[in-house]
Design a protein. Structure first.
Lengths: 452, 282
């Protein structure tokens, strides 16, 4: 390795191994995440210009803040965090958390105590070791430069908590990557009585029936129509070619060939009787349009958009109500001319609306549809394991306090020795101060009591 | 008045009176005020938990599925966690602040009460009984951390003022000396965050598992999910900064305060102001 490369490697390790650098990355990650909370994601570019001043809208679009979680910034910052995590783990966490046994200057450690007791060195050392062993401390003896040291460790295994948490984070990242690489997802709307095919798996889904249950409830603020249940009865044909009757509900997805299907939404498809000068347009009249679908009127520059279904229109006011149950339905149609909106109209079922140039349209029949989401995610087991490991690491790190006591027993005069003790923990000294004091008071008492 | 409403009124009254007593105790250190405040805190907390049970028993609807119920649990858990800390580490001096916040959040929750409603389909899951209490408990732990962070900051800046004026034997200095030391306060904040962070981690994980079952993806970048992730990142930063001696104390206390602001945004701001998959208000 050349000197330049060595210097670069040194700088890299220093930077990425620095906790403050990791925290800086967290701050940037947090801010980018917050941007995604505040700025609506995945909207049409024009909607940002409607919601924000033009310079801000331009900045949102140019910086990918409209799809921030899949932007190079976001993926990049997570990559940098993983890199920092790896360097920190090997260069900082392991050496700091798993220190070798070595002698220390007892007086230089903030948590220390020194006191004299009667007894022979070997005997006192043995009794000190027994004292700590009886309280669950793991004792080890080492000789450095002719001086006997005793090391007492508590929850030594818990020093690996941070390592475990970091490993969990990496496993979660691996699971997520696996979905990006091998998984897929999508959604589809299936009309009652119709069959749809999933492009990736070729599974066939036929919607036999869809039902919803809405409960009108009078609250203090007025009537609320609370949805209680959405249920789709489907016939599914998977890889084995055998049709199976299944039921999909919210919170109760079905599994077909390792792809899960979820009840996501519902809506109303609509068939329109479209005619020009009284002659039906068979092509348009035979189609069923879903909410949001549009069609052009042949021979004109007009577009009709089936905006939404209004299940209940108030008979007196003629306006749609909040009641989602179908009772006197209508449709909301938007009309555009050459791409520019002309206006919207509420058209009751079986009523006719004139679009000019001889075109008339009658909303004839509605058909309910069920919206499904599907997802194949081979990364789920890894994400689950990673989450469990991450959590285990956090719990070990937070709820166990690995502490090490450095103990030495030195002869003073014949029959009298000095016990020196110092303590370190992975979480500083304040957190262990009172326990250390208690331990030393008890140790002193027992050593003197034993002599007495 | 129905029993559950009477219990809420009892809790609200107990918290308000307890907060007054313990706030006066905080400033005066008159011990009888503490002896009045402690039972009031316990009575309020017990009344709240009993109210939640009564409501569940009478309506058979899990009571935490709207802001009224979850804010009620938030207040109760904040006081419960605080009481645990206070008994363990002798921290009754801070009770006034916790009880005052609990009373405010509980009273705010009551304003969202619209009567009993059956849950919407996505909330009809056993995960509601796991995810919601865990997440709300994490918020409660962060509230306790926030209170002690504020006391840390109060003591730090007041102590600095006393040092600058040189009035080290005045009443303010004596009052400050009666509070725990700054390192002790820092350890208390750390312990509260150490309860909240694993809980919010479990909450995010269980929420992801529920989302997988209900919406088809364990992570959809819904405002609530991302706001929770944001708060998690802040407390993760807190934990990492706490490993640095130079950052421990003053700076980490500020991070804890910012963290709690983010929690409130995640909890109330997202539910109320930002529409998304978690917009469950009533």
């Amino acid at each position: 390795m050349t000197a330049t490369a060595r210097a670069f490697y040194g700088d890299f390790v220093r930077t990425f191994g620095n906790v403050l650098f990791a925290v800086s990355l967290f701050v940037v990650w947090g801010l980018l995440t917050l941007v995604g909370v505040v700025v609506d994601q995945g909207q049409d570019p024009s909607s940002y210009f409607q919601s924000y001043a033009a310079p801000i809208a331009r900045a949102i679009l140019r910086l990918n803040f409209d799809n921030i979680y899949h932007s190079p910034w976001y993926v990049g910052i997570i990559g940098l965090i993983l890199l920092s995590l790896a360097v920190c783990t090997f260069k900082r966490v392991i050496p700091a958390r798993l220190p070798p046994l070595h002698p220390v200057s007892v007086e230089k450690i903030p948590l220390h105590a020194t006191f004299d007791v009667d007894g022979e060195v070997g005997d006192v050392r043995r009794r000190v070791a027994e004292f700590f062993a009886a309280r669950g401390w793991q004792m080890r003896e080492r000789c450095f430069g002719g001086i006997e040291w005793s090391f007492a460790d508590k929850h030594n295994w818990a020093r690996r908590g941070v390592l475990i948490a970091h490993t969990g984070f990496v496993i979660v990242a691996a699971g997520t990557t696996l979905y990006w690489a091998r998984g897929f997802s999508g959604d589809m709307a299936v009309l009652r009585g119709a069959t749809a095919q999933v492009a990736q798996t070729h599974a066939l889904i036929r919607l036999d029936d869809f039902a919803y249950k809405i409960a009108p409830i009078m609250t203090k603020s007025g009537m609320v129509y609370q949805p209680i249940d959405y249920v789709s009865h489907v016939i599914v044909t998977g890889k084995d070619g055998t049709p199976k009757a299944m039921t999909v509900r919210v919170n109760h997805p079905i599994d077909v060939d390792d792809t899960l299907y979820y009840q996501a939404s519902y809506g109303f498809g609509m068939r329109f009787a479209v005619s020009r000068f009284g002659r039906p347009d068979r092509a348009l009249s035979s189609r069923t349009f879903l909410e949001g679908d549009s069609f052009d009127l042949p021979g004109t520059s007009r577009t009709v958009i089936y905006e939404r279904f209004a299940p209940t229109v108030d008979k007196q006011s003629g306006m749609p109500t909040a009641d989602p149950r179908v009772n006197n339905p209508a449709v909301v149609l938007d009309v555009a001319q050459g791409g520019s909106p002309l206006g919207a109209a509420l058209v009751p079922l079986a009523s006719s609306i004139d679009f000019g140039d001889g075109w008339r349209l009658v909303p004839q029949q509605y058909v309910i549809y069920s919206g499904f989401q599907y997802r194949h995610d081979p990364g789920v087991p890894l994400v689950g394991i990673g989450a469990f490991v991450l959590l285990a690491g956090l719990i070990v790190s937070f709820y166990f306090l690995p502490a090490r006591l450095y103990l030495r027993v030195d002869p003073l005069t014949a029959g009298r020795v000095r016990i020196g003790a110092a303590a370190t923990t992975v979480k500083g000294y304040d957190v262990f101060e009172s326990e250390f004091e208690r331990l030393m008071v008890t140790l002193r008492g027992e050593m003197q009591h034993a002599v007495g | 008045m129905p029993l559950d409403e009477a219990l809420i009124a009892t809790a609200l009254g107990a918290y308000t009176l307890g907060a007054l007593a313990l706030l006066l105790y905080f400033f005066s250190r008159t011990s009888w005020l503490r002896d009045v405040g402690i039972p009031l805190a316990i009575i309020g907390c017990v009344a709240q938990f009993v109210q939640l049970i009564v409501r569940y028993e009478t309506t058979h609807v899990w009571p935490l599925l709207n802001l009224y119920g979850s804010l009620s649990l938030f207040a109760a858990m904040s006081v419960a966690i605080y009481i645990g800390f206070a008994f363990r580490y002798r921290l009754w001096f801070a009770g006034g602040f916790v009880l005052a916040l609990a009373a405010i959040f509980l009273a705010y929750g009551v304003t969202w009460y619209e009567g009993t409603m059956p849950p919407v389909p996505s909330l009809q899951s056993y995960w509601a009984k796991i995810h919601v209490p865990i997440v709300v408990s994490s918020y409660a732990a962060f509230l306790v951390a926030f209170v002690f962070s504020c006391i840390y900051l109060l003591k730090f800046y007041a102590q600095r003022g006393v040092t600058q004026t040189g009035d080290s034997s005045g009443p303010v200095a004596r009052w400050l000396a009666a509070l725990p030391s700054l390192p002790q306060l820092d350890v208390i904040v750390y312990r509260a965050v150490a309860i909240g962070l694993p809980l919010i981690s479990i909450g995010i994980i269980t929420g992801a598992m529920w989302a997988k079952e209900a919406w088809g993806a364990y992570w959809q970048w819904d405002p609530k999910e991302t706001a929770a992730l944001f708060s998690w990142i802040i407390y993760l930063a807190y934990m990492h900064l706490h490993t640095r001696h130079a950052w421990r104390g003053l700076r980490t206390s500020w991070v804890s305060v910012i963290g709690f602001v983010s929690i409130i945004f995640c909890y109330l701001g997202v539910n109320i102001w930002i529409s998304g998959l978690h917009s469950y208000k009533v």
